[in-house]
Structures are given as structure tokens and as C-alpha cells.
Design a binder for this molecule. Structure first.
Ligand code: NAD
Length: 282
């Protein structure tokens, strides 16, 4: 399975390129490289300050706009701005976004989500989603929104497989997309787990590929981040092998029951107040 169908009927590739912490130069080159080498999905965000570069990278690639699934995320300081979606489109240099996500459950969530609903109805975005919403906040949104989110992007990997959230997502047919699918930047510990190394050896694949294949077999969409061409290529090369039930169970056994990224009150305050300087990107 290389694609999934979202709850509003649109098709989405399971595997994409993440562009968090990529400079404009790296985001542009990596986007073009990924699209020229089989990728169809690119994930960016207002706050990454590389949307112009991702747009340039898309246009420089061999793929037509309609062959690309483009995701971006609206940052909380833009939730109340009625022109925020149009400004995002302008930066990306496109007239539609395939999936637009509220990046954090901070600030005026209701207004931000309403702006996404309006953009959806106007055909500016093909699907809407959320990110980092805790279960209670997601329940509240489901109770009061007109259009259900199609997807939630959350931290998810073998150390924290989001078991509780997934039960609610199943009820509402909401897709899960994993950030930190490999365990995140500067944190190679999942990739060095002996059980992962052993399974990788059995299949002649890398530890990263085993972890990403675990996600895919669970139906998670994944957006591993990289600017290294060999890693970008490797991270899509997941569809010629299959983990056995026993191997899946061994990887499930790595669950530590808590995320790597801890949301402290200081972090929450930062999310609600930080204003990214999107105009600084050339
Ligand atoms: P990740 O788990 O994808 O790990 C990336 C790290 O693994 C990098 O250091 C990279 O160099 C390395 N890597 C990538 N492929 C590899 C391979 N094949 N072999 C060995 N090492 C490899 O973490 P990430 O990039 O932080 O997250 C993925 C994406 O998720 C981001 O780029 C971004 O698009 C998204 N994200 C979203 C949020 C959110 O709040 N919604 C937060 C963080 C990240």
C-alpha cells in the first residue's frame, strides 16, 4: 500500500519528505531531489520559513503540480489573520494546497480552524488537518467543527506509538501522520536498538527502513526529514519487503509509553506567542 484515502475521499501518498530545520537552500534542493526520485508528498510549515524554497523546488522538479501532494501548516500567530491562507499560497507559488494543518493547539484555535474550513470550501485547500492536539482538544474540535479533520500529525515512533489516540482516530476515520518517525533529530537511539538491527540484517535493509516499514504496515503516513540524497532515496524504498507479525510485535515491544518531546508550560507559551518572520525568506 503506497497511498491512503482520506475521510473526504482524496488520495494521499503514505511517504513524504519532511523539511523541518532545512535551510531555504537545502529545502529547495531536497524537494527537487525527492520529487525527481519518486516522492509525491512534501511537508513544510509557515514556521519553517522555507515555503518559498519548497515552492521553487517543486517547480524545478520533473513533476507537474497535480502529481504532487503538498502539505503545509498554519502557525498559531496567523490563526486570526483572514489572509493567512492566501499569503501561504503566495509564498508557495501555487493556487492550492493539498493538506493544510493547524500546527499547534495554541492561540485562537476556533478561528484558525474556521479559516481552514473556509479555504476548503473555496477550493484553496483539498483537505484540512491538525497537529499536536491532545485527545481532549481533538474531541472538542470534533464536537464543534463543520468539517472533520482528515489527518492529525503527531509525534509517533516505536518508543511512543500513540496507542490511545489511535483508538479515537479509528472511530472518526482520521489518518495519522508521524512526525519524528525515526525518533527525531540528534536522537538516533531507536535506530540503534539491537532488535531493529537484527531485523534489518534479516531483510538486508537499513535500521531506518525497518522503522519506516513498521509505520507503513500500521497505516501511518510518514514524513522523515533529511537533506542527504542517499537517505531521502532510502526512506522511500520500503515497498519490496514485509515485516512478519513476530517482527512487528518485537518492534511494538519498544514502547516506552511517553513522547520524546515534552510539552512544558514554557513551550506552550512559546507556541502561542512566537511570530515567525516568514517575510525574511527570499
Ligand atoms: P525524523 O524522525 O524524521 O529524523 C530525522 C533525523 O534522522 C535527521 O537527523 C536525519 O538526518 C536522520 N535521517 C533521516 N533519514 C535517515 C536514514 N535513512 N538513515 C539515517 N538517518 C536518517 O525527525 P524530523 O525530521 O524532526 O521529523 C520529520 C518531519 O516531521 C519534519 O521534517 C517535519 O516536516 C515534521 N515535524 C512536524 C512537527 C510538528 O509539530 N507538526 C514537529 C517535528 C517535525
Amino acid at each position: 500500500m503506497t497511498h491512503i484515502t482520506l475521510n473526504n475521499g482524496i488520495e494521499m501518498p503514505l511517504v513524504g519528505l519532511g523539511t523541518y530545520q532545512l535551510s531555504s537552500e537545502d529545502a529547495q534542493a531536497s524537494t527537487t531531489y525527492a520529487l525527481d526520485n519518486g516522492y509525491e508528498l512534501i511537508d513544510t510549515a509557515n514556521v519553517y520559513v522555507n515555503e518559498r524554497a519548497v515552492g521553487r523546488g517543486m517547480r524545478a522538479s520533473s513533476k507537474a503540480r497535480e502529481e504532487i501532494f503538498l502539505e503545509t501548516k498554519l502557525w498559531p500567530s496567523f490563526f486570526e489573520r483572514a489572509t493567512a491562507v492566501d499569503e501561504t499560497l503566495e509564498r508557495l507559488g501555487t493556487d492550492y494546497i493539498d493538506l493544510m494543518i493547524l500546527h499547534q493547539p495554541a492561540g485562537d484555535i476556533r478561528t484558525g480552524y474556521r479559516h481552514l474550513e473556509e479555504a476548503y470550501k473555496a477550493g484553496k485547500v483539498r483537505a484540512i488537518g491538525i497537529s499536536n492536539f491532545p485527545i481532549e482538544e481533538l474531541r472538542r474540535l470534533l464536537g464543534e467543527s463543520e468539517i472533520k479533520p482528515s489527518l492529525i500529525q503527531v509525534e509517533c515512533h516505536p518508543y511512543f506509538p500513540q496507542t490511545e489516540l489511535k483508538a479515537l482516530l479509528k472511530e472518526h476515520n482520521i489518518a495519522l501522520q508521524a512526525w519524528y518517525p525515526l525518533g527525531g533529530r540528534g536522537n538516533a537511539s531507536i535506530m540503534s536498538e539491537p532488535v531493529i538491527a537484527e531485523i534489518a540484517k534479516t531483510h538486508g535493509k537499513s535500521p531506518a527502513q525497518v522503522i519506516l516499514r513498521w509505520h507503513v504496515q500500521l497505516g501511518h503516513s510518514i514524513v522523515p526529514g533529511s537533506k542527504t540524497p542517499s537517505h531521502i532515496a532510502e526512506n522511500l524504498d520500503l515497498f519490496d519487503f514485509e515485516l512478519t507479525n513476530e517482527e512487528m510485535a518485537q518492534i511494538n515491544g519498544l514502547d516506552k509509553g511517553e513522547p520524546i518531546f515534552q510539552r512544558t508550560p514554557e513551550v506552550e507559551h512559546f507556541f502561542a506567542t512566537f511570530a515567525p518572520d516568514v517575510d525574511s525568506e527570499k
